[in-house]
Write a protein that binds this ligand. Structure first.
Ligand code: SF4
Ligand code: SF4
Length: 181
């Protein structure tokens, strides 16, 4: 055989030749990733939120992955992965109450025309259309990205602590101070 790295001919005489069975991603991964609103890699496995900082988390808070959902791996690696997930889940399940970020989106139902644009654009599945045919945002799921507020055609969604008046005041202050110096 030819060595791909050096281009030289190699003549190997091994006592054993052990082949590993190929592993493909789950056929239903695209369906699950759609339900969870999470991302798959180019190979079709689930993508972690961050390879170094959040290696067993999915993008959404409170959702984790382990083993072959993530990539081909041996059983001992899968067990280590699963233990890491159990530890992450315990940090949530062990608390009597959870704090959430204060910056969440809110809908003023008066202006909502139930167009469902916010439902479609939210990457975290936080908005829903309620029984009164008005959009409602689940604060515990909202990550405060602001996409729904930007996309709402009725401009009836505000992102707490990022409201128009606050932004205008900050810009005014910045431009005033900038002009004075
Ligand atoms: S995008 Fe705005 S108008 Fe449309 S459903 Fe959501 S809150 Fe209501
Ligand atoms: S602010 Fe972002 S995460 Fe929150 S509901 Fe709107 S689109 Fe979803």
């Amino acid at each position: 055989m030819t060595d791909a790295g050096t281009g030289r001919e190699l003549n190997l005489k091994p006592d054993w030749l052990v082949l590993s069975t190929g592993i493909a991603p789950g056929a239903d991964n695209p369906v699950f990733s759609g339900l969870l609103r999470t991302t798959l890699t180019a190979d079709g496995f689930f993508l972690e939120a961050h390879p170094k900082l959040r290696p067993v988390d999915l993008a959404n808070e409170g959702e984790y992955l382990a083993g072959l959902a993530h990539s081909p791996r041996f059983i001992d690696e899968t067990i280590a992965h699963a233990k890491a997930v159990a530890g992450r889940a315990a940090t949530i399940l062990s608390r009597a109450k959870l704090d959430i970020a204060g910056q969440v989106a809110k809908v003023d139902p008066e202006g909502c025309v139930a167009c469902a644009t916010c439902v479609k654009v939210c990457p975290y599945g936080a908005p829903m259309i309620n029984d009164l045919k008005k959009a409602e945002i689940q604060g515990a799921t909202c990550m405060g990205c602001g996409s729904c507020a930007a996309a709402c055609p009725a401009r009836t969604i505000t992102l707490q602590h990022q409201e128009d008046g606050q932004m205008t005041a900050m810009l005014d202050e910045l431009l005033t101070v900038g002009g004075a110096t």
